[in-house]
Design a protein around this ligand. Structure first.
Ligand code: SAM
Length: 306
């Protein structure tokens, strides 16, 4: 049932809706369908259409419910940011009035121990959003130490990347690392002086997840494709959860110069953070297209290189 209590609480939903002002006959592209929180609010705010994608096959049953309820106002395709242009071609659509990206993992992904995203729950070291490609376990049990340290540094901003990489390699030389808690424990044991309240495995898990899922490259590709497919006055609306992604969106919009209008960053209210602690680091950025001068912004100009 669509009206079931949502398992994933949509973050900054009121601010998103106020910023994009859904209107009849417009087309909205929800690039991160998840549990459908954004799509549902948009579809119920006006008589518009929503095209939605998600790379995670497990959202398909929720998407089916939406297709049954909203008929030709809603279309879901299992796909990724880097395939947005292909999705539009498949649907024979040329332009969209607004693109929404609510980046990162959903609560359903994080809370399911079998997906391997959480260092709080024991499960296999998987971390693949699309269930394809190399798992986090396959990566850390085979990768070279320096390469692993680089990943932890570049995708996790982890200052102890060299030390953590060494401890992972030392451990795996004796025994294959199989589970999330096993990995979290290796990191904890090698961070005896760690004073912060934040779990010492936080940045390593973030880095592995981002690397396994090519998240920054996907976001970069998605932003460029969305800009080309956006109608004039249309907006790209991005909700990020940590500085690496936010930096990419900020630098992307800066590099576009006067061809876009960039609005002030919006953060969740104290009330929202109290009700949904996962929203605490969220930031909403809005980029409005004001000229048809299509540019491609390389990833280095978005502040990312490996
Ligand atoms: C934070 S959740 C979105 C939640 C959604 N806004 C809601 O209200 O239910 C992020 C979703 O984006 C998906 N995702 C992440 N990276 C993606 C990518 N490159 N392409 C398509 N979907 C992606 C994830 O699988 C996840 O379901």
């Amino acid at each position: 049932m669509i009206d079931d209590e949502f398992k994933h609480k949509p973050v900054l939903i009121n601010e998103v809706i106020e910023s994009i002002e859904p209107a009849d006959d417009k087309i909205y592209f929800d690039a991160t369908f998840g549990n459908g929180g954004y799509s549902k609010k948009i579809l119920s705010s006006s008589n518009c259409k929503v095209i939605a994608i998600d790379r995670d096959p497990s959202v398909s049953s929720k998407a089916k419910e939406f297709e049954e309820k909203y008929k030709d106002r809603f279309k879901f395709i299992e796909s990724r940011f880097s395939q947005i242009k292909k999705v539009m071609e498949e649907l024979e659509r040329e332009k969209v009035n607004c693109f929404l990206f609510d980046i990162g993992v959903s609560s359903m992904q994080l809370d399911n121990a079998n997906r391997g995203f959480s260092f709080m729950k024991d499960g296999p070291l998987d971390m693949r959003m699309s269930n394809t490609g190399k798992t986090a376990g396959e990566l850390i049990n085979t990768i070279d130490q320096n390469e692993l340290a680089d990943i932890l540094f570049h995708y996790g901003d982890e200052r102890n990347s060299r030390r953590i990489a060494r401890s992972i390699i030392n451990y795996r030389n004796k025994k294959e690392i199989k589970s999330t808690l096993e990995l979290a424990d290796i990191i904890k044991k090698n961070n005896k002086n760690f004073k912060s309240k934040i779990n010492p495995a936080t940045k390593t898990f973030q880095a592995l997840r981002m690397f396994i899922n090519n998240e920054l490259e996907e976001l970069h590709s998605g932003l460029n494709q969305a800009l080309n497919l956006l109608s004039i006055a249309g907006k790209i609306c991005v909700v990020t959860f940590h500085s690496l992604e936010d930096r990419m969106v900020k630098n992307f919009s800066k590099a576009l110069g006067s061809s876009v209008k960039v609005e002030k960053v919006i953060k969740p209210s104290d009330d929202e953070v109290r009700l949904n602690p996962r929203s605490r680091s969220a930031k909403l950025r809005l980029i409005q297209k004001i000229s048809n001068q299509n540019k491609y912004i390389p990833i280095e100009e978005c502040g990312f290189s490996l």
